[in-house]
Ligand binder design. Sequence first.
Ligand SMILES: [Fe+2]
Length: 267
Amino acid sequence: MANHEKVIELVQLTDPHLYADTSAGLYGVNSFECFKAVVDEAAKRPVDLALLTGDLVHDESEQGYKNLRDALQPLKAPMHLIPGNHDDFGFMQAEFKSGIMSCDKRVVLGNWQIILLNSQLPGQVRGHLDEKELRWLEQCLSSTVVPHTVVFLHHNPVPIGCKWLDPLGLDNADKLFELIAANSHVKALVWGHVHQEFAEVRAGVQLLSTPSTCIQFKPRVDDFELDYMPPGFRWFRLHENGDLETGVKRLANVPEGLDPDAEGYGV
Ligand SMILES: [Fe+2]
């Protein structure tokens, strides 16, 4: 390894489920306060770029995105945002037009290309990559002049072993995997949506999901069940030679007020 290697530091924060009302939340948990606590934890790291991978605002409110902007202030880094099934992409794009926080979906940093995909299918919980998105991805992958790529999206492109949740993932993941298989420079595929950690390596590609910054779903169960795990985020260290280090960092405690009998939402 070179002595003066510049390692690129990323953080991924996902599924904050904010509301216009900053006292609101899910299952008794205040999603705004919870998100701020996770942002503070992430801000302790060196951060070159932050990725926010959907379900940013739960009630599709314009104010929710303003609350998101406020909560993100401690992260002094460029941030790129993609929508999840719960977002209003119009409000989101209006709030994050340009500058340090944007909905731009391609970033090049050093030897790495970071691609974000919009898998939102309006009106549906499941995800889909339309023809335009797939063509754009193909172009990004084939035209890159840097040697390594990582791809982020909201929906899970593989089953994660939760019977109730797996049908609500990406419904045309085969097309995504065809493109990835044809481009060996893709080192990792990363998502949110499932509110739990998942990590596998298939055909040399790291497949990774990340806990929500709010409430967690229990892994490997047939029916919906909350998991009493603290919220968190995922960090990445991207090396010049293509090595990708990653891990999940959780807060020390389960959020205050978590109550499985409180009002929830499924997914
Ligand atoms: Fe979510």
